[in-house]
Design a protein around this ligand. Sequence first.
Ligand code: PGA
Length: 258
Amino acid sequence: MNRKYRKPLIAGNWKMNKTPTEAKEFMVNFKGILPRSRWCDIALCVPAVCIPAAVRAVRETRIAIGAENCNANASGAYTGEIATNMLVDAGCKYVIIGHSERRAMGETDQDVNAKVKAALEAGLTPIMCCGESLEQRESGITEEWVTIQIKRGLEGIEAESIRKIVIAYEPIWAIGTGRTATPEQAEEVCELIRAIIRKQYGAKIARATVILYGGSMNEKNAFDLLAKPDIDGGLIGGASLVPEKFVKIIEATNQPAV
Ligand code: PGA
């Protein structure tokens, strides 16, 4: 983290876990043990049906609620889909876009790009995900792959909007596997992402952009990952389902600035 230029963000991604009732219970427990100091931003991205209960439960706290997906269209005949203005009206501040689990269902870089634009337009903070598969890493094309994902995902977005986007580097081989990237591996790609942004939008914007690591980040490995200069926080799956674990990750952002 570089806390001089960027405020760390710890974001949970509940995926398809917890009912609205369980979401409410989680929030009660979580609020009870959440540290007071505000050294990082906190978000929980929850299943769409949990959003109302989660928003109600975190009212008057610093916890922000986010969605796990959105549709790029403003409205219309898209059965089962949810538009960004609906998320805003429901109280969301963030939306995860382009998670590898959604890409595996057919979401393309073009879809990701359209969703990021729609989110920005609605005033949501997009958490745009990228990351390589094990096969891609082993064949040495991680850099190339992530560069394409970032460039395509950000295509046509004005420079002044770039800093409003959070980017999450999530190597697919590390997601839900317990096989976390080493701090060095994670930093290498997060640094690359910042370099891509620097080259395209300038040093000032690159310095202000929040880049997260995600993939089996937990209460044990968070401190070392977050100690790296270009890792500004985490996108946390499994460990965000347990208040005590999630709080420990939040506490791990409270370390001397590098
Ligand atoms: P994980 O998931 O922490 O359970 O590996 C991270 C994610 O997919 O965002």
